[in-house]
Design a protein around this ligand. Sequence first.
Ligand SMILES: *Cc1c(COP(=O)(O)O)cnc(C)c1O
Length: 401
Amino acid sequence: MKRTTGTDRSITSKWRPQTRAVRGGTWRSEQGETSEALFLNSGYSYDDAQTPADRFAGEAEGMVYSRMQNPTTQMLEERIALMEGAEACRVQATGMAAMTCALLCQLSAGDHIVAGRAAFGSCRWIVDNLLPRFGIEKTVIDARDNAAWEAAIRPNTKVFFFETPANPTMDVVDLAFVCGLARSHGITSVVDNAFATAVLQRPLEFGADVVAYSATKLMDGQGRVLAGALCSSEEWIQEKLMPFQRNTGPILAPFNAWVVLKALETLELRANKQSENAMEVAKFLEGRVPQVLYPGLPSHPQHELCMKQMSHAGAIFSFVMDGREQAMGLLDALELIDISNNIGDSRSLMTHPATTTHHNMGPEGREEAGVAEGMLRLNVGLEDPQDLIEDLDRALGRIGL
Ligand SMILES: *Cc1c(COP(=O)(O)O)cnc(C)c1O
């Protein structure tokens, strides 16, 4: 196995982002394969007895077991770290495995976490239900409110955890302010960047400590595999994450790593085009439905902040119909757009969060998180946006709008 220029930091750090996405982290075997090889092996063998002893002691480089490292997963980690501008990255089996690791690897009984109230349903479940079982206190706030972050800090606050834009309300969090506040109090900020990816938003540049991903979404982008990733400093990865990850075992399988590795080569094209398509569809819906929640629209109250920290507002947005019945009626009237609770896909997908992704929160939880009963979340794909607009136009007509 030969590491190519794709792994030489003195070279790759000078590459522009799209070159990093195509070539970063490429290793080649003696066969000289052009595309990255897929290593489907759990273990490794050694030429002599001393080699594994040195590797286990951390005195020599090299693989020992695929729960810790595998050439294919490591290529993916190097590529994601390069795209993010991070010192290091580790990948996990799913986005939720990444979030669980990011929090549990650094929190202990008696610690306190502050989290955004609008979040992926399972992220809220971890904060609200799992962490308290281990004696970790939490405060959940409106993450758009800078003063609320400041007011929530306690002497034992260890972590700020939020996503921006947030699922499904599209709340935008002021990255520079919140991450800066965390730094000045010795608090670690963990930013779930799944909606944006490194192509549209790079939280580390705004002072974030850890960037967390569901790579299932835009990164794979074709609805194929589940995957997660955590990016941070080499120190955080080695000292906080790895003792937890190597012993608890949430590593991403090599095959899934390979799929995401290849998907990253087209991420920039897809993320930008899907964002442009989303903008066209959002503009059509504005004026046709009671409320469109897309920070890319100039009418959105957080538009300016969004454009300060993102290059495009992304492929996903929500809009609010007049109640649950009307929202479900619109879903049933669609012909082209699929009813599906996934996002980031190259196919356009629509879901009703109150009965799917945010069902478990119950009506009060949804009200607190800002998930209206009439809300629909739309992932805009790579179809011709005119066909998507015609599908929505026809469906709205069918329900009398
Ligand atoms: C999907 C998602 C997750 C969870 O990711 P999985 O890969 O489904 O486990 C976490 N955060 C956000 C913002 C997501 O959209």
